[in-house]
Ligand binder design. Structure first.
Ligand code: NAD
Length: 266
């Protein structure tokens, strides 16, 4: 028996990076996977890279009408959902004009980041719960960030939105438990995972290689993580192996959050 055999899973922001790795792993462990994204060209290509039962659907996580339409379609086709991975997220560095520091922040850019990262997760929980009540055992996994647990002076909207995702996850977990719904909800906090999200911060060619080395040097495990590192955490939380786990935050960050970068002198 594979680890999520027979489960129906919806993953947002699944055209690339962490979302795609989660889609590939859940499908290989027996789930039927609905990949969704706003990048339809890449999404359709990525769907072909997922071995097993999968389909690609357009979904802008910030648009409620799109959640309504897609979950209506999933209900017609499958009757319910067992897994929702609220993964879509942006830093705002490429998608908005910024700036993103506390003193000079641009309010429209701040709102844009929150609309995607926070509203998107809140809507994913709202429409997920509706279809998950009909499941035997369901799980919502919200992808927050290390940046939701510590201050990030150069990316305040990103950090604020991810902190809100962490807290919303716990409210959803307790709400579902109080209602007696068969739905758990947990957050994952990745840190320094090498994906296209970093493109705007790393540059190109030799400059990129040097930047990656510099980031890795500050990670206790001395390496940047891979999308698969996060996917295995999502698989655990999505599967019934974690049936007694709700409202937790799971760090996948090579040890960054375990302590301080400024180590005591030897
Ligand atoms: P990525 O940029 O490679 O992929 C993000 C995907 O989300 C893209 O395919 C993009 O098209 C999609 N997307 C953007 N806006 C969307 C919207 N409105 N609706 C639907 N899809 C949308 O990023 P990634 O590194 O794979 O990040 C995935 C998640 O992990 C994000 O929430 C990110 O904040 C979080 N995260 C990543 C890291 C890291 O180091 N890479 C660290 C902490 C948290």
């Amino acid at each position: 028996m594979r680890r999520v055999e027979g489960k129906i899973a919806l993953i947002t922001g699944a055209a690339r990076g962490i979302g795609l790795a989660i889609a590939q792993l859940l499908a290989s462990e027996g789930a039927t996977v609905i990949l969704s994204d706003i990048n339809d060209e890449l999404g359709a290509k990525s769907e072909r890279e997922v071995a097993g039962n999968s389909e690609y659907q357009h979904l802008d996580v910030a648009v409620e009408a799109e959640w309504q339409a897609l979950t209506d379609e999933i209900e017609r086709k499958y009757g319910h959902l067992d897994i929702v991975i609220n993964n879509a997220g942006i830093t705002g560095f490429l998608e908005t004009s910024g700036p993103h520091d506390p003193e000079n922040l641009d309010l429209a850019s701040w709102h844009h980041v929150h609309t995607t990262n926070l509203d998107g997760v809140a809507l994913g929980c709202k429409y997920g719960i509706r279809l998950m009540k009909a499941s035997d055992r369901a799980s919502i996994v919200n992808i927050s960030s290390r940046s939701g647990l510590v201050g990030i002076p150069a990316a305040v909207a990103y950090a604020s939105s991810k902190a809100a995702v962490r807290n919303h996850t716990k409210s959803v977990a307790l709400y579902c438990a109080e209602k007696g719904y068969p739905i758990r909800c947990n957050s994952i906090h990745p840190g320094a995972i090498l994906t296209p999200l970093w493109d705007a911060m790393l540059g190109e060619g030799e400059q990129k290689e040097a930047a990656i080395k510099g980031i890795a040097a500050d990670v206790p495990l001395k390496v940047m993580g891979t999308p698969e590192d996060v996917a295995y955490a999502a698989l655990y939380l999505a599967s019934d192996e974690s049936k007694y786990v709700t409202g937790i935050e799971l760090n996948v960050d090579g040890g960054i959050l375990a302590g301080s970068v400024a180590a005591p002198s030897k």
